[in-house]
Design a protein around this ligand. Sequence first.
Ligand code: BG6
Length: 493
Amino acid sequence: MTTDDLTFPEDFLWGGATAANQIEGAYDEGGKGLSTADFARYRPDVADGQDNFTFEVTGADLDAAEAGTLPGVFPKRWGIDFYHRFREDIALFAELGFTALRLSISWPRIYPTGLESEPNEAGLAFYDEVFDELLAHGIQPVVTLSHYEMPIELTKRYNGWLSRECIEPYVRFARTVFTRYRDKVRHWLTFNEMNMNLTSVYTGAGVLMDRTDRSVREVAYQATHHQFLASALAVRAGREILPPEARIGTMINRIEVYPASPRPADVLQAMREDQLNVFYTDVQVRGAYPGYARRYFADQGLTIEFAEGDAEILAAGTVDFVGISYYLSHLAKDRPGADESIGMLDGSALKNPFLDATQWGWVVDPVGLRITLNRLWDRYQVPVFVVENGLGAEDQLEADDRVHDQYRIDYLRDHLIQLREAIADGVSVLGYTSWGPIDLISCGTSQMSKRYGFIYVDQDNYGRGSLRRIRKDSFAWYRDVIASRGATLGTAR
Ligand code: BG6
């Protein structure tokens, strides 16, 4: 591709990305067990526009839930009812021209408690139907094994990924779905955004902080270590079970880090913060812990337990590609307390004077996507897949059933233009799946009103509404972008 060529490569995958717990609903149907996400509460006290990705669920909450006294509403239990409406939704994705849909398999749909020796056939049959429907429309499923959920039983019994005990059930789950869907799924991701364990260790790793004496940072890294092992073992199982053309990747929430000034101490701080963001991909692409991580653990007084043989497991289970979600960039400055926010989506982050933010305060930085893609490619020389990017905004449904979301079109166009620039720079990019092509339940806030879709879903934060699907203005725009392989994006504004 040359810089004058406005089209993307022919085999570039175009689509959208979702997660089981944010779309499926039917939380207690088809033999599904309860998942950690089923206990994520919508909190009306958190105003629209205020982010609360850091929410945690405690052991006390789970006890209250068992006693039937846990207050609140739990929107991830109903999602957008994809479980019953997937045919209609996939038909809309096909109308958009998707060639890929990223979705996750709900682990407790397959192993309700995680501990069964045999999988739940009804759960397996559901994904067979979904994948068949996608393939019939020429859409490849891109599958995440664990996207911010796990059987709640593993949390209750072991305190989630804080324990090594979760590794075996996860690998059993991975083997089961690899075997079942080996001919239907080509791209797999082992975990969603392990780096977000630092931001919410319940969301990412199913850990209850009131059931451990260890510090939250130590817990996050310990849980991550167990997920690294589980991922590496799943990759090894995948190599055995899947056909040679299958690809297994990892993914992180990639946060491009800039120094706040050219002061060397700020540049060094930016480098360190960046290292702790790529720590996850370093381990999973290169197969070993980097020196800077060991130093960081020592400096911070964090004790991460390793067992004999762990290093070999990591070395033998490296991934084929790097997936990223990309939403924002971050400024780093050498200042008191800077290390405490390292690697996190930091609410107290410094404001970049050159960039605007979304309604939820997420900094919008399309050029950062080009920089990030170049950096990842330089670092690893394995293909990158942009498996999430998008704009969460409140949309207005007009009386004539229209949603005029020009702001979303602008956001996505600017990012896709930069992605195309990165390809012209020589980066190997497998595809682009925008986050939430159909409105879904927010991960961080459990709101419905934080919408990302090309397709509006008539439902409010309390689950009220007709669930009708309505095409927004961005629908026709994205359809034309895909049909023209990017030519209609034009050039940078
Ligand atoms: C990503 C997650 O970090 O961000 C998704 O993988 C999530 O699950 C997305 O939905 C957007 O975040 P939110 O909080 O706006 O839903």
